[in-house]
Design a protein around this ligand. Sequence first.
Ligand SMILES: *Cc1c(COP(=O)(O)O)cnc(C)c1O
Length: 414
Amino acid sequence: MNNRSFHPESLMMTHGYKPELSEGAIKCPIFQTSTFVFKSAEEGKAFFEVAYGQREKEPNEELGLIYSRLNNPDLQILEERLCLWDEADECAVFESGMSAISTVMLEFLRPGDIMLYSKPVYGGTDHFINKVLPQYGIKGIGFTSEQTKEEILDLVKKDKGNIKLIYVETPANPTNALFDLELCRDVADSISTDDQDVVVCVDNTYMGPLWQHPLKHGADLIVYSATKYIGGHSDLIAGAVLGKSKYMTRVRTLRTFLGNMAGPWTGWLLMRSLETLKVRMTQQATNTVEVAKYLQTHPKVEKVYYLGNLEAGSRQHDIFKKQLKCAGAMISFDIKGGEKEAFKFLNSLKLMKLAVSLGSTESLAEHPATMTHSDVSLEDRELLGISERLVRLSIGVEHFQDIIWDIEQALEQV
Ligand SMILES: *Cc1c(COP(=O)(O)O)cnc(C)c1O
């Protein structure tokens, strides 16, 4: 009875923080400082040797604090806490989800390389893959959730040797399409060679870090927009990358030189948010069950995209059972009609806010085709079901009856 490995939610208030180093303060203060004083020149030299990878850490040596672009207590403690949920070796926190994602892509891809990526992905990610990376001679090849391992391998049979990264967003934003991570691992393994690993990176923003743990299903790295559930209050922008040490060392080094780490104030806000992560997400998911039930039978609703409604026996349902612990709190639906009807609904909401972003305490509604995904090619939008009828909801922590009341009165206006 002397030892117990506590659940992550029990450790979010204390893990990695030593009050005696901060005048006994129960909460980690905000270390609003650019640089840290060395006790001696020898100490400064030793810290730099480790930070710049000139030598390995000694068995009991901790990397000392140097300069807030390299490390800062608000980020280090936050990173240790984030690792607990996904059981990751290491974590690096970024100034935004996009900076986390673009740093991973820039680290693992070089001119001439190809990235396989799941479609659809978040609009900003789609833009980076299809508009920015090609300028550096890097090509993206997309695959959908319906394709099999053989079909995916067939897409790349000519240029197998150039694939360096498989990037997967699951569930996909905004359709909730699920991708099989073990299948992605299989694809990566079958094109990896003795001297070149193909890295699998998963955007876990929709389900993590509570309900999906990609590292257990073969992923090497996880990226988050911490702006969403992890931050959870629509009051900050941040991102994170987690995963295996051998890859995280590379990600952290590029972060040091791009200088896109989060600041101490953002780190502090995220630690505050992590304390309530589980209660928030659990309440949001419970509310969403009720909202889905309501939408399912509404005569003005054509189709509901919710992970709790997947047909038993379907491939999507099999992936759900294997990979996810919960149906989550994101729900989309096709309204009968088109843009006009969707806009009328959105303009009539009284409690829910009309805004992009997701995962926050307040419920949000938006129109992917003209907002978050307006930059995705028309061809891909049609292929993936991002039509003018589609409305996306992020369910918050309000009383579910109030949310349903709001949806009902807005649908009446249509
Ligand atoms: C919002 C979002 C991003 C981008 O994150 P930012 O914090 O806005 O930079 C990436 N992926 C997904 C799934 C998102 O929802």
